[in-house]
Design a protein around this ligand. Sequence first.
Ligand code: CTP
Length: 394
Amino acid sequence: MLNGKKVLIGITGGIAAYKICELIRMYKRQNAIVQVVCTPNALNFVTKLTLQNLSQNNVATDEFEIPDFKPEHIAYANDYDIFIIAPASANTISKLAAGICDNLLTSIACAFQKPIIIAPAMNTGMYENKIIQKNLKILKDIGYQILEPEDGFLACGTNGKGRLCDLNKIFDKTIEILNRDNFSNKHFQKKIVVTAGGTIEDIDPVRYISNYSSGKMGLAIADEAFKLGLEPVLITTKYIQRPYKVKEVKSALEMKSAVEQEFQKADYVVMAAAVADYRVKNKSEQKIKKSADDILMLELVKNPDILKALCSDKKHQIIVGFCAESENLENNALEKLKQKGCDFLIANDISRKDIGFNSDYNEVTVFDKFGNSTKLDRTGKNEIAKKILDIILK
Ligand code: CTP
């Protein structure tokens, strides 16, 4: 979700500087272009060589180095999409609040007109100092995103507030800001509930019935919806951290109650999950032991059809189902669309090994309730997700 985005990371002089090495890797894994800028004191805590290797870029420290016709601080301020200052020391926070530009980092921040995230980290006494709190409020009031430090064991040997916040928080906030700058977007804040993954139906405490669904298609739909400015709620059996709401569920019954909780306020519901049609009638509380018999009988009962129930309860919502078919794709899909009563049904052929379950690719046909169909040729699941959203958001 950061492909090609330009992320400027400012490191100040604090022990939490070493944690930023991992943050750089998190951005690089997402294909972001990362430029690190350090205050002179930051380099007492982490080496330039480490930062250069991880960011695959030079590390900027010198305000008076002029790489092209522009002064360096102006070049960075113009070129980068977001500026993350982490760890932000009490000293740098106070300079920023006062508009002081006495090194490259503070000069860039002063000239930077795009979003700035500040993640303070320092000793509890320094953090609670009224001047520092006042300066943080000044920065917050002018639009800086402040990610508060956390409580915990500090490098100075004490316990208290001052630890750099979890790196995932910085990372998620970056994604959220960079994907949501188009606030005029007409889809902004429309809620979309997406289910993903195969449900897990317990047999006993160690065994279960499930299916091969990877959850990738549902995840791609939620990710692409998020990029479009919608507010996704992903209900999944394959938990993954995301900058939007993700609820982890296991069984079909759990998925049903999670979807129902979100349904009233939803504008769109996409049931991409492979919900088990049956569950074990009497789940054993204890591990089932091998017996002398060659056959073990499991009695199964039908799970509720979540999609069908939603469709009969539907008010303003647009409801989308998926159907996985191994034969007679079109006939089965049209029959299912009618029987479930949804607005769209997306059909894919699970007999093909190069698409669908567990693959990163898919090829689907989107059927609507008016009898129209659109074939989406084989491509990556994110591309398919964009095209599906294109159709259903219309
Ligand atoms: N679905 C559901 N609840 C179920 C079973 C399926 O909500 N208990 C949803 C799936 O999430 C999917 C759609 O119904 O969006 C179609 O799923 P599919 O398994 O293809 O259809 P079934 O109704 O289960 O029919 P069959 O397995 O007999 O083909």
